[in-house]
Design a protein around this ligand. Structure first.
Ligand SMILES: [Fe+2]
Ligand SMILES: [Fe+2]
Length: 248
């Protein structure tokens, strides 16, 4: 199974570069993933025209895409445009081997993220008892990301959410927000962050990028891909996962 993970496209930002987004989408289609995820901040300000422009780009992706909103998408009551143009802000996709759950952790006009007690209970009930490969999508990071500046914006209830995810044997968490790619392993769970795919809202030496995640029996490979540039392994020898017979 191959997943391409893009994030923080920031359509409408002064630092947005359409040529980067176009190149990114061309590369994504050449990678022939089983599906694509976008972990939020599609837009910079949540304006309708920005969502429409983001849709026109993402519509060129030739496979299914799962999307969660980010804090920038909730600016200016943008979550209403998100719902009209992209659909539900919470996603549950399930087949025999795979359960993917995406949540909206944004709060209108705030940078910080929060899931909340009621959604925590819901999340636990959705993941509990499923034996296949489990993926969780959210915009805000659950664990600090190195080389991303002063820590801020970590999910308010990250501790509770991490406990639910590890108790439920979730395999993979995908998030964005910091604009810095990274991969952590926590117990048997991989927590992977994507950079910004199509903007110059960058930190340090990182350039626009996205992640390619390949899952084969017993192993996960996470590769950082710079848009128009090189590949870099994100996990190295941490890549073994519990033996799951994914049929893809
Ligand atoms: Fe962002
Ligand atoms: Fe963000």
């Amino acid at each position: 199974m191959r997943i391409v993970h893009i994030s923080d496209t920031h359509v409408g930002a002064p630092e947005f570069r359409s040529e980067l987004f176009t190149e990114c989408i061309k590369e994504v289609n050449e990678l022939s993933p089983d599906f694509v995820v976008h972990t939020g901040d599609l837009t910079n300000d949540g304006y309708r025209y920005q969502f429409e422009d983001a849709y026109d780009f993402l519509d060129k992706i030739e496979t299914e895409i799962f999307i969660v909103p980010g804090n920038h998408d909730a600016r200016n009551v943008g979550y209403l445009h998100f719902e009209e143009i992209f659909g539900a802000r919470y996603t549950v996709f399930k087949d025999r081997d795979l359960l993917l759950v995406g949540v909206d952790t944004s709060e209108p006009d705030l940078e910080d993220g929060h899931l909340g007690r009621e959604r925590q209970i819901w999340l636990e009930n959705v993941f509990k008892g499923f034996d296949g490969f489990k993926i969780f999508l959210l915009h805000h990071h659950l664990v600090s990301v190195p080389f991303s500046g002063r820590e801020r914006g970590v999910l308010y209830d990250a501790g509770e959410v991490l406990k639910i995810l590890t108790d439920c044997n979730v395999d993979l968490v995908l998030s964005g927000h910091k604009h810095v790619p990274n991969a952590w392993r926590l117990e048997n769970m991989f927590i992977i962050n994507a950079g910004t795919a199509s903007s110059l809202r960058l930190r340090g030496l990182i350039t626009p990028c996205y992640n390619i995640i390949d899952i084969e029996e017993g192993e996960i490979k996470a590769t950082l891909k710079f848009v128009g540039g090189a590949l870099r392994d994100l996990l190295g020898d941490r890549a073994r996962i519990r033996g799951l017979g994914l049929q893809y």
